[in-house]
Design a binder for this molecule. Structure first.
Ligand code: NOJ
Length: 540
């Protein structure tokens, strides 16, 4: 399946409050159907005080009022199913919101029945051993709470206390919640930050400076596989649902253990090694090839991968991996979509990347909305970082880049909302928008649709083995996909230079299936590629 990810807050607003809603997605179902995608992963839509835009859930069985009602949800799900589109929902259960009833109870007294739903450390035992928090301005994952003179644990912000998965009651609550949604017809679950759920609750001292490598101590700790097996037994095995975890652990072994079918845990996980290749300052294609090829080979015979270059926690795909200047935005976005949709593994395509939406150019910290941006700014200030560089890096990599409203047309606020959008619309919406793309046969959008169709019509692009070619080529990423007699060659120029590649003699081209330029420049067995040219060939 091709999965399309929607950040509901930013997709389409139908009631003019500046915030996207479920009816907004419903309104665009024909557009989504037309893309050819099979499933939608929708970022959290449960009730939330929005400390982290829904990744802090205060009621797992309800709909975020800003997004609509349960009736709206039912209507949306039916509309999706009527069109053959499946829904994958986000399940955020490494932590809840501090406004969840469980936490309110838990913090109210030490003998409250919900006390053990979270991780508490009594202050009379002294300060607990340091735990690094990803979002805390001080980097401290323990928050002192005077109500009961104790500290609670939060790997993310202090509004996101971590649930105690050692407690069987917590686990049962979560399975019941998942069953509730599965009964409603939800087709899949994306487990947010779940690789962090298991903890050594004695909280031993970790080596000094461990936070630079916190993953080793946080991801896939003892107990996690047991929880997943139990979840599988109680939920996944009982309903026709898929499961995917955010995070694939510390190494290939972890990743396999999460997804190998014989272990009955998850169907898929997505790792960050791929996106981590591209940071502020650019990236090396050789490194990208190496990482994606390594991941492919680790799952060549068993297990399954996910492929993505962006999501709601990342900068925009073209600004990060391609070139978002007017000259190269279209060819480079098309080339990148060719990549995602021709690799082995389930492609996750992020809303807006099908029209080449770009990063937004925020200059001052008050323009940012994201808690991660704000808190890391505070941390950087406290630590005396060079703030000019910090702001440049934030400008490039902030998660807000990937969250600006969808650009539908040239009307007010890009057709996203009649009210003031919660996050500004990118000023380039007059040229970059769905309507303009629909009207242009050579648009990024039409190229995207072509690639989705090609993938769906050719099993070789789904199951075919992947083989890297021209490994050392500094600009071209070249690989074949092979299934039985079927063979395809993918050639991608990741640079703005014209460059060429001599094809091996055994690669006899039969037909060009997709090309983001008009022509193929081939002479004497050498293909010359224009800036960001990307092509898929059928081989003889
Ligand atoms: C990962 C989510 O993708 C991200 O958006 C969120 O901030 C953290 N988990 C915490 O839930």
């Amino acid at each position: 399946m091709v999965i399309y990810q929607i950040y509901p807050r930013s997709f389409n607003d139908t009631n003019g409050d500046g915030i996207g809603d479920l009816n907004g997605i419903y309104e665009k179902l024909d557009y989504l159907k037309d893309l050819g995608i099979d499933a939608i992963w929708m970022c959290p839509f449960n009730s939330s005080p929005n400390a982290d835009n829904g990744y802090d859930v205060s009621d797992y069985r309800n709909i975020q009022p800003e997004f609509g009602t349960m009736e709206d949800f039912d209507k949306l799900l039916k509309g999706m199913h009527d069109r053959g589109i499946k829904l994958v929902m986000d399940v955020v259960v490494n932590h809840s919101s501090n406004e969840h009833e469980w936490f309110k109870q838990s913090r109210s007294s030490r003998d409250n029945p919900y006390r053990d739903y979270y991780h508490w450390w009594p202050a009379e035992k002294g300060k607990p051993n340091y735990r690094y928090s990803l979002f805390d301005p001080k980097g401290d994952a323990w928050k002192y709470d005077s109500t009961t003179n104790a500290y609670y644990l939060h790997y993310f912000s202090e509004q996101q206390p971590d649930l105690n998965w050692e407690n069987p009651k917590v686990r049962q609550e979560v399975y019941d919640i998942m069953k509730f949604w599965a009964e409603k017809g939800v087709d899949g679950f994306r487990l947010d930050a779940f690789q962090f759920a298991a903890k050594d609750t004695t909280f031993p001292k970790l080596p000094d400076g461990y936070e630079k490598n916190f993953f080793e101590y946080y991801a896939v700790q003892d107990g996690l596989h047991d929880y997943l097996k139990e979840m599988n037994e109680q939920v996944f095995s009982k309903y026709p649902v898929m499961s995917v975890a955010e995070g694939a652990g510390r190494n290939f072994q972890d990743a396999h253990d999460l997804v190998d079918a014989s272990r009955n845990e998850l169907n898929m996980a997505y790792a960050f090694d791929g996106v981590d290749v591209a940071q502020y300052g650019g990236y090396e294609l050789s490194k990208m090839k190496q990482v994606f090829s390594k991941w492919d080979s680790a799952f060549a015979d068993q297990g399954w991968l996910s492929v993505f270059l962006s999501n709601h926690d990342q900068a925009r795909m073209v600004s990060r991996w391609g070139d978002d200047s007017p000259e190269f935005r279209a060819p480079s976005t098309k080339m990148l979509n060719t990549f995602i949709l021709s690799m082995r593994g389930t492609p996750y395509c992020y809303y807006g990347d099908e029209i080449g939406m770009t990063n937004i150019d925020f200059q001052t910290i008050d323009q940012y909305q994201d808690i991660a941006a704000k808190n890391s700014y505070q941390k950087a200030m406290m630590e005396g970082e060079y703030m000019e560089l910090f702001m440049r890096k934030l400008n490039f990599s902030s998660r807000d880049n990937g969250r600006t409203p969808m650009q539908w047309n040239t009307f007010q606020n890009a057709g996203f909302s009649t009210g003031k959008p919660w996050l500004p619309v990118n000023e380039n919406y007059k040229t970059i928008n769905v309507e303009a793309s629909q009207n242009d046969p050579n648009s990024i959008l039409n190229h995207f649709k072509k690639m989705v169709k090609l993938r769906k019509e050719n099993l070789v692009l789904i199951h075919g083995t992947y083989e890297l070619f021209a490994k050392e080529h500094p600009q071209i990423y070249a690989y074949t996909r092979t299934l039985g007699q079927e063979k395809m060659l993918i050639l991608l120029n990741f640079s703005k230079q014209v460059t060429s590649l001599k094809l091996d003699e055994n690669l006899a081209l039969e037909e060009v299936l997709v090309n983001n330029y008009e022509n193929v420049d081939l002479a004497n067995g050498t293909v010359s590629l224009k800036p960001y040219q990307g092509m898929v060939f059928r081989l003889k």
